[in-house]
Unconditional design. Structure first.
Length: 83
């Protein structure tokens, strides 16, 4: 972890808590991570309460818009239909 000097953001910590080895390759840490999104949110909220000067919690990312060419109800795209 000492090779990365990027500041810890909520987003980076959120990803790290899910999979420490994914953020810090080669780690010998045996912690598998928190798979539950809600548990990670709760842990970050708790850690924030421990700060004398907590940073604001970022707003949630907007939902991704549906792809305009996506088929409805699992139907095959028109180009894939034969006949």
């Amino acid at each position: 972890m000492s090779s990365s000097h990027d500041p810890w953001t909520y987003d980076k910590l959120f990803v790290y808590l899910k999979s420490p080895a994914g953020v810090v390759p080669g780690t010998k840490m045996t912690y598998a991570g928190l798979r539950s999104e809600q548990q990670r949110i709760n842990l970050l909220a708790y850690l924030r309460t421990q700060s004398d000067n907590p940073l604001p919690i970022p707003p949630p990312a907007p939902a991704k818009a549906a792809t305009p060419n996506a088929p409805a109800n699992g139907a095959a795209p028109a180009a894939a239909k034969k006949g």
